[in-house]
Design a protein around this ligand. Structure first.
Ligand SMILES: [Zn+2]
Length: 257
């Protein structure tokens, strides 16, 4: 399966997925119609499917116009996003299978950022929306901190090291600057930050990111790390040392960063 990132709005990514055997395509999170339509035309593929990771407008904004231009297009989202995702035709639950062309995938339900947030898995590729970013995670709007911690560390965290993460926003540089405040001596964060700044200065993006790398640099996957815990305790001396309490403190610190 071929994946083409399509930058949308200010810092969003939609992703065009192409089945090389059938020339059918799917799009993950079409924030807007125009850039997606252009890419579909340029690649000369048949767009049959939309995969929405959650209901936020900057992830579903292109649904209506795409379904007008591609009648019969299937629109997937979590079952709990019924009436919140424009044009939804397929109502998914944790572990459900999805398909376009000959490409078969499955979903993980990841409540936290929103109650119906999902990750789409195709082979070693994961489309995480606003649940997991490179160096960070989404804000916890509708779920609890426990749910978000579980979604990231248990559901996504159990995936293999070589999983390629295709996330919803280019927030990586800011995320890593925050990560550095928690682990100033973490050399992986420092070298990743240097690399990302170079990429960005060349007009390139940081998507996708490897899960093995995120385990070394992303504070929201590192709540068990003792050095990180020590820095959190310095900032908030009354914090318990269990991973969910650490997660809660760093998510709140990031909200203010
Ligand atoms: Zn969102």
């Amino acid at each position: 399966m071929k994946v083409i990132p399509i930058p949308c709005l200010n810092d969003n990514f939609a992703y065009l997925l192409i089945c090389p055997e059938t020339n059918e395509a799917a799009v993950v999170d079409p924030s807007e119609y125009e850039p997606v339509f252009k890419e579909v035309q340029k690649r000369k593929v048949t767009l049959t499917t939309i995969f929405n990771t959650h209901h936020h407008w900057d992830h579903v904004g292109g649904n209506d116009e795409l379904s007008r231009h591609f009648p019969g297009i299937k629109i997937h989202a979590h079952i709990s996003d019924r009436d919140r995702v424009p044009g939804q035709t397929d109502f998914l639950e944790d572990g459900d299978f999805v398909q376009f062309g000959n490409q078969k995938g499955s979903i993980l339900h990841n409540p936290g950022h929103t109650s119906g947030a999902i990750t789409y898995l195709f082979g070693n590729m994961a489309f995480t929306g606003d649940t997991l970013f490179s160096g960070g995670c989404g804000r916890v709007f509708e779920g609890t901190m426990e749910q978000m911690h579980h979604s990231l560390n248990v559901k996504i965290g159990k995936l293999p090291d070589d999983t390629q993460l295709y996330f919803g926003h280019e927030y990586t540089e800011n995320n890593l600057r925050f990560a550095q405040t928690l682990e100033p001596k973490n050399e992986d964060i420092q070298s990743q930050l240097t690399q990302i700044r170079k990429l960005r200065s060349e007009g390139k993006w940081s998507t996708p990111s490897l899960l093995s790398s995120e385990r070394k640099i992303n504070p929201f996957l590192r709540c068990h790390d003792q050095t990180l815990q020590k820095h959190v305790i310095q900032k908030q001396p009354d914090t318990n040392l269990d991973p969910v309490s650490i997660f809660t403190v760093i998510r709140k610190l990031k909200d203010q960063f």
